[in-house]
Write a protein that binds this ligand. Structure first.
Ligand SMILES: [Zn+2]
Length: 387
């Protein structure tokens, strides 16, 4: 069954052969078959198809690629959020609250939460989402978190080194041994990536390197939670190990920026976290002007960024981080795909996965121009309308 999407007022392809970084085709159409884009171009030249979706002149964009999300958890931290908004600082310590709730939850409860959040993301235009473990922190709870995550995405990340659980207080090195040993063995069958929260109060450079190296030896690909709270060693480690992405990048030295610019490591910015912890935003302009490839993602998690909305992150990036609307959309789509080393998503070309969002707007500019408004009208996932 082929599907024709026609009367697209503005089709963002991220294919520069159509002009500009976003490769926008005006008055466009697109054909999908077997989950792939098989044709795209001017609507007047579109071939016939079995089914037709009329965009009525609205803009269409590649589906968002949310390359950083923590969707497998239980519990609620709205009270902690309220306390923070009343003046308490964010330290990362609240993660343990979620760990306790997650360990106590049934598989079905974890699955239901993940399903609800993944569906919520899809409705807002996200067609690829990465999902991390990291709230189990025992061999069994990390493995089951990843088993649940793998039901919803291929982009699963083992984050046993998220925080040192309470029962290992003062024994971080022993916990690192567990993570790189039995926990990794149990998690690896369900994970594509390995990640570490490399930060003061969590894991230092040597501990993070130990976990990432063990993950790589087990066939996983590295990515790093880096430089969120301080200008620590995370970014340098990510570049050293050839990680696909260094995530957060809020506090960077000149050396960090230079290292990123000279590497294939993407800087993934997570402005929802700064918004929700009332912290200074990363300096996106400094990164972009240095030639660093930048991705945007939600960091959706119950503590420091409980949003699944990529349009919200685009609006924050434009308003708060001085990215242009075009840079922000590129980073939320093509940038996210690079951060996941994916070539089949994040753009619309013949052969790409037919993942796109049709907006209730004449241009993609509305994503930042009309913040907080539900602007995603129809989502095609693998060529099938899901909304
Ligand atoms: Zn995170």
């Amino acid at each position: 069954m082929s599907l024709l999407v026609t009367r697209i007022g503005e089709l963002v392809t991220n294919d520069p052969t159509h002009g500009g970084p976003l490769g926008i085709i005006p008055d466009a159409a697109l054909v999908a078959e077997h989950g792939r884009v098989t044709w795209l171009g001017p609507a007047t030249k579109a071939p016939a198809a079995d089914r037709v979706v009329d965009a009525h002149g609205a803009a269409a964009i590649p589906g968002f690629v949310d390359s950083h999300a923590h969707l497998v958890f239980a519990g609620d931290r709205s009270a902690e959020f309220a306390a923070r908004m009343s003046g308490q600082p964010y330290t990362g310590g609240g993660i343990r609250t979620t760990v306790a709730a997650t360990r106590a939850a049934s598989d079905d409860d974890l699955r239901a939460t993940t399903r609800r959040l993944a569906a919520e993301a899809h409705r807002q235009g996200t067609t690829t989402v990465e999902i991390k473990s990291g709230y189990g922190l025992t061999v069994e709870d990390e493995a089951r978190s990843l088993r649940v995550a793998a039901e919803f995405t291929k982009e699963t990340t083992f984050l046993g080194a998220h925080v040192v659980p309470a029962e290992y207080d003062g024994r971080t090195d022993e916990y690192v041994e567990l993570v790189r040993g039995a926990m990794l063995s149990a998690a690896a069958p369900y994970a594509r990536w390995v990640d570490v929260f490399c930060e003061r109060g969590a894991f230092d450079a040597d501990q993070a390197r130990t976990v990432l190296a063990a993950g790589m030896a087990a066939g996983l690909l590295p990515r790093v939670h880096a430089n969120q709270l301080t200008a620590g060693p995370g970014v340098a480690l990510a570049v050293e190990l050839g990680a696909a992405s260094a995530d957060h990048c809020t506090h960077l030295s000149t050396k960090d920026v230079d290292a990123l610019a000279g590497s294939a490591t993407v800087a993934t910015l997570l402005p929802g976290a700064e918004f929700s912890t009332r912290s200074p935003y990363p300096d996106a302009r400094r990164l972009l002007d240095a030639g660093v490839r930048v991705a945007l993602a939600t960091d959706c998690n119950p503590g420091s960024s409980f949003t699944s909305s990529m349009p919200f992150c685009v609006a924050l990036a434009v308003r708060e981080m001085r990215m242009t609307p075009a840079e922000a959309l590129w980073s939320a789509t093509a940038g996210g795909a690079m951060a996941l080393r994916r070539t089949d998503v994040g753009h619309l070309r013949v052969g790409a996965r037919a993942d796109l969002a049709i907006l209730a707007a004449p241009t993609y500019l509305y994503l930042a121009y009309r913040p907080g408004v539900p602007l995603v009208r129809t989502v095609l996932l693998n060529g099938e309308p899901i909304t």
